[in-house]
Design a protein around this ligand. Structure first.
Ligand code: HEM
Ligand code: HEM
Length: 187
């Protein structure tokens, strides 16, 4: 999402809204739960526990996707504040590119998981109840291929989030600017 770099300065909001902050941290928390959950479910061995972990992983992932859809809509309609004053151009560009890539991956990762599971392992239910299977044909071979891409994309997301977190901490602890504070709840 590069609206922060493409919108004219006058039309950019001065801060992130409460909903933008809540969605940022809610989605971050879900993703940070999803990764160890996924590693546990694929390594625990077959059985009732594995089935339960799969169900939690799929359901949390679908909740994350719904929140991401809301977040993208808020971002497109409201925009985001410009970078802190004095930031070198290359760092502004790096922030714009990495934020766009983060948005791309938080849409793509759960979508691929949903599509792959719908193809290989229907039905896909939200928390053991609401049926949400996508109409994707091809069975196990197609499902496995899509889930392979889902896994690679998920680990790329983890790597980018690590970089993003390091950048946020660098702003806060080394540059001592307001970048992290403006994504935190305002007092
Ligand atoms: C934020 C969302 C998500 C994240 C961060 C995420 C992350 C991951 C990761 C890291 C793995 C690899 C685990 C491993 O190979 O050890 C994985 C596997 C898997 N994910 Fe997700 N996932 C998300 C959403 C979803 C959704 C929405 C579904 C389905 C509705 C799903 C279904 C699966 C399945 C079935 C596997 C196992 C693939 C296999 O056995 O090779 N995921 N996920
Ligand atoms: C899965 C985890 C995370 C994801 C997917 C994520 C994603 C994003 C995205 C897409 C933006 C751009 C917001 C916009 O332009 O609308 C953003 C901003 C931001 N994130 Fe994260 N984030 C995550 C975790 C974190 C963590 C752990 C921290 C801090 C320790 C953090 C700190 C920030 C800050 C300070 C901003 C504002 C940057 C600015 O205004 O230039 N994020 N995040």
């Amino acid at each position: 999402m590069t609206a922060s770099t493409t919108r004219p300065e006058t039309t950019r909001p001065a801060t992130y809204s409460t909903s933008q902050k809540a969605l940022h941290w809610g989605i971050a928390l879900l993703i940070l739960v999803q990764v160890p959950l996924a590693l546990a479910m694929t390594n625990v061995g077959e059985g009732a526990l594995q089935n339960q972990l799969y169900e939690w992983h799929k359901s949390f992932g679908l909740v994350a996707l719904a929140l991401v859809a809301a977040r993208v809509l808020v971002r497109l309609s409201r925009g985001a504040p410009g970078a802190e004053a004095g930031l070198p151009t290359w760092q502004r560009r790096a922030a714009g590119v990495s934020h766009a890539a983060l948005y791309g991956l938080i849409v793509l990762v759960p979508l691929l998981g949903w599509a792959g599971t719908s193809a290989c392992c229907a039905p896909v239910n939200l928390f053991w109840s609401v049926p949400l299977t996508l109409p994707i044909s091809g069975g196990m071979p197609v499902g496995e291929r899509i889930l392979g891409v889902h896994t690679v994309a998920a680990f790329a997301l983890v790597a980018l989030v690590a970089l993003h977190t390091a950048a946020a901490l660098h702003h806060h602890l080394v540059r001592r600017d307001g970048t992290l504070r403006r994504m935190l709840a305002s007092r």
